[in-house]
Design a protein around this ligand. Structure first.
Ligand SMILES: C[S@@+](CC[C@H](N)C(=O)[O-])C[C@H]1O[C@@H](n2cnc3c(N)ncnc32)[C@H](O)[C@@H]1O
Length: 212
């Protein structure tokens, strides 16, 4: 029998959305809201978009936003939510395997919000490619769990939790073209399955492709 980490990623995440996460909060990620409020809307791409809360929020702020995810179920739910709020043109979703390829195009904002996985994910290659798909003046926002929550039931491989230096290294920033605007640990309140509260730490990295 396969251990969890050996499972096929598409099967693992499909099962996750069918059995463990059936609903969405309907709320956009707070760090994204803070950062995007300072940017001029353009074309956005969210990597690992789940139920689409962040993409739909971006569309509501005037972005032409796309989300992609490996789970057909998550993508179908995201599309249905965009249609419910009348934003199916501005908030579009597609099934993809980012480990194979990113959606084509150049973007003013690319987000990778908790794009972390206990099964195979070519995360470093994905983030490095994302940086190459930024338009001049475009931003890449990476938010990642910096450590497991205290209620985590098992020892999770430490490779899932990158440091800020590792995040910058895989993105390939800073360089003369790619400016590192933020690289910091941010905190947020969290609540475990039994209601226990804790302060959770995230890596927040924001880089910008310089204007030529
Ligand atoms: C930890 S969840 C984070 C979801 C969402 N961005 C958020 O902030 O809640 C990781 C997401 O990445 C997706 N994912 C994992 N591997 C993927 C892959 N190879 N290609 C595309 N999406 C993938 C999963 O289906 C899942 O929705």
């Amino acid at each position: 029998m396969l251990t969890e980490s050996e499972q096929d990623p598409a099967t693992f995440w499909e099962e996750f959305y069918l059995t463990k996460r059936r609903t969405s909060s309907g709320r956009a990620t707070a760090a994204l809201q803070r950062i995007a409020a300072k940017l001029t809307p353009g074309r956005a791409l969210d990597l690992g978009a789940s139920h689409g809360d962040d993409v739909i929020w971006l569309a509501q702020q005037g972005w032409l936003a796309r989300g992609c995810d490996i789970s057909e179920t998550a993508v179908a739910r995201a599309r249905a939510r965009a249609a419910e709020v009348g934003l199916e043109q501005q908030a579009q979703f597609e099934q993809c395997d980012l480990s194979a390829a990113l959606p084509e195009g150049a973007f003013d904002l690319i987000t990778a919000l908790y794009l972390q996985s206990p099964v195979a994910l070519a995360r470093a290659a994905i983030l490095s490619q994302a940086a190459r798909q930024l338009r001049p003046g475009g931003h890449l926002l990476v938010l990642s769990h910096a450590a497991p929550p205290p209620w985590s039931p098992k020892a999770t491989p430490s490779t899932i939790f990158p440091s800020l230096a590792e995040e910058l290294a895989v993105i390939g920033a800073p360089t003369p073209e790619l400016e590192a605007i933020h690289a910091e640990i941010v905190t947020r309140p969290g609540r475990g399955p039994d209601g226990a509260e804790a302060t959770l730490e995230d890596n927040l990295v924001l880089v910008r492709m310089r204007l030529t």
